[in-house]
Design a binder for this molecule. Structure first.
Ligand SMILES: N#[N+]C[C@@H]1[C@@H](O)[C@H](O)[C@@H](O)[C@@H]2O[C@H]12
Length: 448
């Protein structure tokens, strides 16, 4: 007898987006610029010269998009607040029209039976704060706590799920080490200081929430399991370094109050000596953790790649996405079981999971066929069910993404959406994966 794949009662079925990737109108109604406004308008940094000036025009089409969510039967929607829409200078003056946009969106979601899951920081730091040092400035923790408190006071009566940061690793690695995303720095000495101030900011926001919040608050990490390419000690050591750099550099301080020992050796002279009191702030207990899972990495030793001295080994025999990621659903349960075994019974939401596949141009019809994304969705949801059966406390799943959108510096060409967006007309068309997800939601998983 095949076991029912029904998910637990109360499990949330969602989709996720981020402000700069979908909203457009980044400077409308008194909003201030973010570092992405600057980065995207710097020639040569964005694929095809794409920017978030229009994106999915969600700032103006949000009511239509909420109806699309309802059409799928979503019970939750994860989105981010554009900090500089609400606080144009990052601190101080509140822009009422910016705050009002998010209040109207939240009210519309609730009217459609969709639970808001709000991310406070999804990479779009106010440019005015970057001018003051950004995440390199220890004051950034206070700036973030001030902004978080503005949002809590405005929306906590209606928002039951808050997260402080989205994927701090990407901000550090992409924004300060490799320069592939805003603010585009390339400085080994900056990276650990940014990690530390991001985590301090998250802790400060959690502490602020404890003073007046009525619901639950967490933080979102991208976790990518690392597997050694061979049993050679060099490859196993490289795998441990890669795991510390991408995963436990963030989860250990928040959930254990310590940085992994491997980081000091990895960063060498660039590793600062952080005050112990900082870790007490960082380790503020969270109510849940969001995990973004996309793929795994097979790792080999590579002395030519400092500071990590590790490199990924392509798994060419398997299906890959348009972003070059291997489809590897086993990595999802491996990650969830590792997380539970290391950190205990912290509730988890799978806050992002999805894939960019080439959706071939099709005659304008009612549905865009995307068989590879349907397969990806089914594989990962079945695996998620296995993790829940194994005792991992997973409370919800958010497909990345509701809409095709601006994939940061990769531009609009990388399409992750359940809905296809024709960016020349803003026409939304459901993909087959959207219809399949709706079936799964309607059966609470049994249709898997
Ligand atoms: N790439 N990719 C897709 C997706 C990105 O669009 C999100 O903004 C991030 O939170 C995370 O990196 C994942």
């Amino acid at each position: 007898m095949t076991r029912s794949l029904r998910f637990p009662d109360g499990f949330l079925w969602g989709a996720a987006t981020a402000a700069y990737q979908i909203e457009g109108s980044p400077l409308a109604d008194g909003a201030g610029p973010s570092i992405w406004e600057r980065f995207a308008h710097t020639p040569g940094l964005m694929a095809d010269g794409d920017t978030g000036d229009i994106a999915c025009d969600h700032y103006r089409r949000h009511a239509e998009d909420v109806r699309l969510m309802q059409a799928l039967g979503l019970t939750s929607y994860r989105f981010s607040i554009a900090w500089s829409r609400v606080l144009p200078e990052g601190t101080g003056r509140v822009n009422a029209k910016g705050l009002d946009f998010y209040a109207r969106l939240v009210d519309d979601l609730l009217e459609h039976g969709i639970t808001p899951n709000v991310t406070l920081f999804h990479w779009d730091l106010p440019a005015a704060l970057d001018d003051r040092g950004g995440w390199l400035n220890r004051d950034s923790a206070d700036w973030f706590a001030e902004y978080a408190q503005v949002m809590f006071r405005a929306l906590d009566d209606r928002v039951p799920l808050w997260t402080t940061l989205n994927e701090p690793w990407v901000v550090v690695d992409g924004g300060y080490l490799r320069g592939t995303i805003a603010p585009g720095h390339r400085n080994l000495y900056e990276a650990p200081r940014v990690t530390h101030n991001l985590l301090r900011a998250s802790g400060a926001a959690v502490a602020a929430y404890r003073a007046e919040g009525r619901h639950r608050i967490g933080v979102v990490f991208n976790l990518e399991p690392k597997y050694p390419a061979s049993t050679r000690q060099e490859d196993r050591d490289a795998t441990r370094r890669a795991h510390a750099y991408m995963n436990t550099q963030f989860t250990d301080p928040v959930l254990r109050g310590v940085y992994p020992e491997a980081l000091a050796a990895l960063y060498g002279a660039a590793w600062p000596d952080f005050p112990a009191a900082d870790l007490e702030c960082i380790r503020q207990p969270v109510d849940f953790v969001g995990i973004n899972y996309y793929t795994r990495q097979v790792v080999r030793d590579d002395p030519t790649q400092p500071p990590l001295r590790a490199a990924g080994v392509p798994q060419r025999q398997r299906t890959h996405t348009e972003t070059g990621w291997e489809v590897y659903e086993q990595g999802l349960i491996d990650t969830l079981l590792w997380f539970r075994d290391r950190y205990g019974t912290v509730p988890v939401y799978l806050t992002e999971n999805g894939a960019a596949f080439y959706d071939p141009p099709q005659a304008a019809g009612p549905v865009v066929e995307d068989p590879l994304r349907v397969d990806y969705l089914e594989r990962h949801l079945k695996t998620l069910r296995r993790a829940i059966d194994a005792g991992v406390d997973v409370r919800g799943y958010y497909a990345w993404s509701l809409l095709d959108n601006l994939e940061w510096s990769l531009g609009f060409a990388k399409r992750f959406g359940l809905y296809h967006v024709d960016f020349s007309t803003q026409r939304r068309t459901p993909k087959r994966s959207a219809l399949r997800y709706a079936q799964i939601i309607a059966s609470h998983g049994a249709a898997l």
